[in-house]
Write a protein that binds this ligand. Sequence first.
Ligand SMILES: Cc1cc2nc3c(=O)[nH]c(=O)nc-3n(C[C@H](O)[C@H](O)[C@H](O)COP(=O)(O)OP(=O)(O)OC[C@H]3O[C@@H](n4cnc5c(N)ncnc54)[C@H](O)[C@@H]3O)c2cc1C
Length: 350
Amino acid sequence: MHPKSNYIRIKFDKMLQENVNLKPFNTFGISVRTKYFAPFSSENALKSLLSEVKNHELLILGGGSNVLFQGNFHGVILRNEIKGIELIEENDQNVILKVGAGVVWHDLVLHTISKGWGGIENLSLIPGSVGASPMQNIGAYGVEIKDVFESLEALEIATGKLHTFSHEACQFGYRESVFKKALKNKFVITSVTYKLSKHPQLNTSYGAIEEELKSRNITKPTIKDVSDAVIAIRQSKLPDPKEIGNAGSFFKNPVISLSHYEELQKKHENIPSYKVDEQNVKVPAGWLIDQSGWKGKTFGNYGVHKRQALVLVNYDDAKGKDIVQLSEQIIEDIEQRFGITLEREVNIIL
Ligand SMILES: Cc1cc2nc3c(=O)[nH]c(=O)nc-3n(C[C@H](O)[C@H](O)[C@H](O)COP(=O)(O)OP(=O)(O)OC[C@H]3O[C@@H](n4cnc5c(N)ncnc54)[C@H](O)[C@@H]3O)c2cc1C
C-alpha cells in the first residue's frame, strides 16, 4: 500500500467507530445499532470521510430529533459537529451570520438574543442542529427559518464539491425543502447563513405568546421576553425527550381544498382551520387525531401522548417499527373518517 493511502486508512479508522448504539443520538430514544458511526467537525474531515465511505449507505445525523429508526443501520452514520458562529456582515439595520451546521439550534437562538438580534426568538427551544434547520424549514409560532435564511453551503456527496444554495434554490415550503425531495441524501449541509435584525418586529400573535406575556405583566416585550414566553409555553405543552422519547410533531398539518373543508364542516361543525390561500386551508392534524380517539392511547411501551395528539412517544425501549405501524393505523383511520391523508413529518429511517 502507498504510504499516503496507509496514512489515510489509519486516519479514517480513527474517525470511524464500529457497532455503535444510537439510543443517545436520537430523541425518540430508540435502541438500534449502526455498523459505523463517524462524527466530523470540519469540512475537510467530512471530505476525507466521504471519499472513504463511498460504497456504504450513508445517513447524515444532527441532533437526531426528527428521525425514527426502524431497525439497525447497516451503513455509516455521519454526525455533523461543525461548530462556529461567524458575524460576516453588519450595518445599522442587520447582521449576517454564518453558522456551522453542527451548532445546536437553541444555542444559536440564545446567542442572537444575548446580542439583541431578532428574527428567531419564536423558534426558541426547537431541538436539533443548525444544519437541519433548512431541511424541513423549521417553524413555530408564526415564524419559519425561510424568513431569516440567506444561503447555505453543502458538500455534494457524489463529488465532494462544495455548493452554495440561495433561498430560491432551497425551494422552501411548509416543513419542506429541496433537500427532502429532489436532492434527498445528495448533500451534507455544512453551514447556514442567516440575516437577523437589529430592530426586530416582534411576532406575538401566534399561539399563547400574548397571553403568556400578559400573565408576566409585560406590555413592551423584548426579543428575550418573547423567547422566554415561547420556552415556557413549549415546556408546558410538549413532552421533554429527556423524559419521554419523541420527535415532536409526528405528522404535518394537512392542507385541504376549501370545498373539502366545507363538506367536512357539515358533519364536524367545530373543525378548526387556518387560511392558506383563496382555495386551500390547513387543518390541525392534532385535532383530527384527537377527534378520532387516539390521544393518550398506549400500547405497552409506546403510544400517542396524553396531552399532544400529534406526538407519538416511546415510553420505554419501544421498537421503531411499532411506532411506524401505529402511525400507519392513525393515517388509515383519519383517511376513513375525514378523507384526509396525513403525511409524516418525521424522517423514517430504513
Ligand atoms: C420535542 C420536539 C419538539 C420539536 N418542535 C419542532 C418545531 O416546533 N418545529 C419544527 O420545525 N420542528 C420541531 N421538531 C423537529 C426537529 O427539532 C427539527 O426538525 C430539527 O430541525 C431537527 O434537527 P436535527 O439536527 O435533530 O435533525 P436530525 O433528526 O438529525 O435529522 C433530520 C433529517 O435531516 C437530515 N440532516 C440533518 N442534518 C443534516 C445536514 N447537516 N446535512 C444534510 N442533511 C441533514 C437527516 O439525514 C434527517 O433526514 C421538534 C422535535 C422535538 C423532539
